[in-house]
Design a binder for this molecule. Structure first.
Ligand SMILES: C[S@@+](CC[C@H](N)C(=O)[O-])C[C@H]1O[C@@H](n2cnc3c(N)ncnc32)[C@H](O)[C@@H]1O
Length: 336
């Protein structure tokens, strides 16, 4: 296994890659690298893509989409790159089978990524089938929810081990608590969704059976989650948290409370926090004081929060990590 800023690379047997889709809480996507080759021109791109055997993906008639990114001095138009890639795949399949796959930009069976950088092309195929943050559970209309993958990453960053209760005193729709409960309760985050590889031509009846077995194993792995304490000023947020928890099969103690009134007596255990950003200055100052007070009161517990870079409450931060929350540069901060 190796990590770089773009992702984590690992070698795996086919079923382990499926398992990774089922169980990964933090990855946005899982892709399989198909080829990597020197590439400066459209011709080299075409030949490189054509040298991959595409028939297993498209057996039985499957739809296709290409996403291109990056550039070389000669190949600096991503639309052209996507087009040449598509041509190479379509030409190969037409020659082999006489049939050509249709393009479906929005919901393809086979999604291919081409990435150009430093006169090199990388061709990957999407295992996940859409971003893995979509757990298939979230109701529409949540207020400023954290992306599930980012919430799951904060849970792991916090150092909370899953063996004590957990509290989110600005719970919103409850994403942090539910990701934490899912991890501690060994609920496979991908159990209720389908994956890209399940739509490939090579995914035959035997593969489907193997995948059903993996889902059954995942269901059997579930264990009880710790107690969850949610509070928020907004009654609508509490309602969302209750609904989301019920959908995910967890119970949560949800109460309407201002941050400054939350104490370890009313909500014991670790604390995770995702405060609102971008408010008026005087409201921000008050919030900073309330957060500092909360960190103090819960001084014997694991505490972690996600705040925009520059947020002034440090309060003995023991670890921090830069992350992006959408386009906003933020930090995880952990207080031990
Ligand atoms: C960014 S949202 C949290 C989103 C949540 N992490 C999620 O994924 O759905 C911040 C929440 O803090 C709540 N809030 C703002 N000020 C508060 C205060 N003083 N006390 C308690 N809750 C507050 C808001 O009602 C809002 O639901």
């Amino acid at each position: 296994m190796a990590a770089d800023p773009g992702g984590v690379h690992f070698g795996a047997a086919r079923e382990d890659a499926w398992r990774a889709c089922l169980w990964s809480r933090i990855a946005l996507r899982i892709v399989e690298p198909l080829a990597s080759f020197p590439c400066q021109s459209g011709e080299e791109l075409y030949e490189g893509v054509r040298s991959i055997d595409w028939s297993p993906f498209f057996a039985g008639g499957r739809t296709l989409a290409i996403r291109a990114a990056g550039q070389t001095p000669e190949l600096n138009n991503t639309q052209f790159v996507a087009l040449r890639t598509k041509d190479a795949i379509v030409d190969q399949l037409r020659e082999q089978t006489g049939a050509r796959p249709d393009v479906d930009r929005d919901d393809p069976d086979v999604l291919v990524f081409v990435h150009l950088s430093r006169a090199h092309a990388k061709v990957n195929v999407d295992y996940s089938g859409g971003s893995l943050h979509a757990r298939g559970l979230r109701a529409a209309g949540a207020v400023a929810p954290l992306r599930e993958t980012l919430a799951a990453a904060l849970v792991r960053f916090s150092g909370w081990q899953g063996d004590t209760p957990l509290c989110d005193p600005m719970c919103g729709s409850g994403t942090l608590l539910l990701e934490a409960a899912g991890w501690a309760g060994r609920r496979a985050p991908g159990l209720t969704r389908r994956f890209g590889f399940e739509r490939w031509g090579s995914f035959d009846a035997a593969a489907a059976q193997a995948m059903t077995r993996l889902r059954e194993e995942a269901r059997a792995a579930a264990r009880p989650a710790p107690e969850l304490f949610a509070s928020d000023l907004d009654p609508a947020a509490l309602e969302q948290t209750r609904t989301q928890a019920a959908r995910a099969g967890f119970t949560v103690h949800a109460r309407r409370l201002a941050l400054r009134d939350v104490t370890p007596e009313s909500a014991p255990g670790g604390v995770l926090l995702n405060p609102p950003y971008g408010q008026r200055l005087e409201r921000t100052r008050e919030l900073e004081r309330d957060i500092a007070g909360l960190l103090e009161r819960f001084g014997r517990q694991r505490r972690a929060l996600i705040v925009p870079v520059g947020f002034p409450v440090w309060h003995g931060t023991s670890r921090w990590l830069r992350v992006f929350n959408g386009a906003l540069e933020c930090e995880f901060r952990r207080y031990d």
